[in-house]
Write a protein that binds this ligand. Sequence first.
Ligand code: SME
Length: 153
Amino acid sequence: MKFDILKNNCLNIVENNELKFEDKLLEICKILKNEIAYYDWVGFYFRNGDKEELILGPYAGEPTDHTIIPFGKGICGQVAVSNKNFVVEDVTAQDNYISCNFNVKSEIVIPLFVDGQNIGQIDIDSNTLKAFGKEDELFLEWLNSEISKIYNS
Ligand code: SME
């Protein structure tokens, strides 16, 4: 499925007033995982209150043991601190990486900003090496900006 069609589907979920925020995120995770062949695990992490740690939110894919990630640890924890996209072509080349599943070869993490604050992120794992490119980054930035509009709704 092309990203423009996927954008429409995601917007329909975001704007569906019958779904709660968490359910919207879960539907988005499922659609992304199902429609994009190289998206093998799709999930959201959010800052855990005032603590400097991330807590796992809705996700689609294999369950992970890493439901809490301290700031600075792993790719996710680094994005919580850097506020920048992190595209990992080859996870084996990363020193500061938390492995959730041995099949994973590449990863992308895009921060989610609400009122300029980095409040969480979308994290996608792929079982394909060098799976993610600029198109993925742009699509996921767009998605997070749409989600930020309904945060706390
Ligand atoms: N690989 C991530 C941990 C989260 S799992 O991918 C679900 C990291 O290094 O932060």
